[in-house]
Design a protein around this ligand. Sequence first.
Ligand SMILES: [Zn+2]
Length: 242
Amino acid sequence: MTRYDSEAALVVVDVQNDFADPAGSLSVRDGAAVVPVLDAEIAAARAAGATVVYTQDWHPPHTPHFAQDGGIWPVHCVQDTWGAALHRALTVDGPIVRKGANGEDGYSGFTMRDPVSGTTVPTELESILRGRFVRRVIVGGLATDYCVKATALDAVRLGFDTTVLVAAIRAVDLEAGDGDRALAELEAAGVELDRTEPTLDDLHAATVADTAIRAHASRLRARSVGPSEPADPAPAEHGDRP
Ligand SMILES: [Zn+2]
């Protein structure tokens, strides 16, 4: 992978349990499949000196974004719940931008909509990227037809050279074909669609790094808790990866 350098930023959109885990309240079909692909991208980006930024839907228990409060979505990604947490296998190595914390609506990692005034308010994502002199934005995560699309459209509107990693996204497809229509819309707006499939070597390198991090964390826990701590079963989780 040679798409990264110090002027590039990988934006990892909403890889949270409610979207990525089959038990999540707004689970995206095959959503967990983006995790190993993104882990490989994150490793490549960090090795090349690129910025990695994560977005996280971070809703209060009530927001006009939810069906129970007049919106369209089931309750999801409520602050400090399991559903809002980033997927356990995702490598986190960079700042996290939380959106919707004050009840704002919207999908983009760059902007939110104030539910009372209807005005668009920025998140801190753009200032993080400008502060690091980023010129190119690479986007992956969930979901293609909502937050990935809105984030990539905002990135291109803000003047960033923008690429979406097709292997690292999945669609909600509320209506059949929504994901494909989103890709067409992105392309029409000037976003590059990178359809490269990650190689087994890329995925393996990310898995090895991930397993090493888990083993290290497990040793640290064992040291602080004492020998009664059960062995960490984490490596078995890789069995459900493609
Ligand atoms: Zn949301």
